[in-house]
Design a protein. Structure first.
Length: 259
């Protein structure tokens, strides 16, 4: 695992240096493909998700009953579909975000890409979950679907490739169990401590204490700017991705975590 992660980082670093030099030499703007790479491809593993029940100290963000803990990023009520305890993206209605802001958390959610395969690559079952609206763990139909590996499901978008591909077939429920350690900033805005992510995808560890290089970006390289606590955001990327059973635990309030 460690050697694979080192290889991913080396390839991404070399690719980034090359594209920076190219961009400077040609005096041109960044393009999305400048920060995408396709190899090495993570091995596929068979996963059997064990869906978790919220513990007693969990903050319930979505239990299937309503959108009371969410709002549209555009302001106003959530316009996503709600049926049989499941919320589904309403394409074009915009991202949604929690009404409460959070720091370091354990975040659990279950998600499902459409059973009917439409499109390919990034155009197939695309969404994402953003910690503090800035740090994305990608959601995508990555079952036998080729795309750039630092943008596949389970990736920390365009920063880290998952150790393995633990995707379930389209139309089946999947889970993320995410440990997020929020970045800390000094009064003058400098980074005192970067953020970290550990991610279990369908019960399989795919990132362990990965150091965030800044907010995840579609174009260009990540770069920190000071911010405080913020909401959990789910993305409307135009695909009918569904969610259920979303909860978190506030790690900043844990006496052990705070020591």
């Amino acid at each position: 695992m460690k050697s694979s992660r080192s290889l991913f980082i080396l390839i991404f670093t070399v690719a980034s240096i090359f594209t920076i030099q190219t961009a400077c030499a040609q005096d041109r703007a960044w393009h999305p493909e400048d920060t995408e790479f396709y190899e090495p491809v993570p091995p596929v593993v068979r996963a059997v998700p064990a869906f978790l029940t919220p513990p007693d100290d969990a903050v319930i963000l979505f239990d299937g009953s309503d959108f009371s803990n969410w709002t549209s990023v555009r302001g106003g009520d959530v316009e996503w579909e709600l049926e049989n305890g499941v919320m589904t993206v309403n394409p074009g209605s915009g991202n949604i975000v929690t009404t409460e802001a959070f720091g370091s958390v354990q975040l659990y959610l279950e998600w499902r890409t459409p059973a009917e395969i439409i499109g390919d690559g990034q155009g197939r079952g695309n969404s994402g979950v953003f910690l503090q609206r800035r740090y994305e763990v990608q959601i995508l139909d990555s079952y036998e679907n080729e795309t750039y590996v630092n943008g596949m499901a389970g990736s920390i978008y365009k920063q880290y490739v998952p150790y393995v591909n633990a995707a379930m077939p389209p139309g089946e429920w999947q889970s993320y169990n995410i440990i997020f350690e929020a970045p800390l900033f000094s009064e003058n805005g400098n980074v005192e401590k970067p953020g970290f992510l550990t991610v279990f995808w369908n019960g399989v560890l795919v990132h362990h204490n990965a150091e965030l290089e800044g907010p995840t970006r579609y174009i260009g390289l990540p770069e920190y700017s000071a911010h405080g606590d913020d909401g959990i955001m789910l993305q409307d990327h135009g695909d009918l991705v569904s969610f259920r059973n979303i909860w978190l635990r506030k790690l900043d309030e844990s006496p052990v975590w705070g020591e």
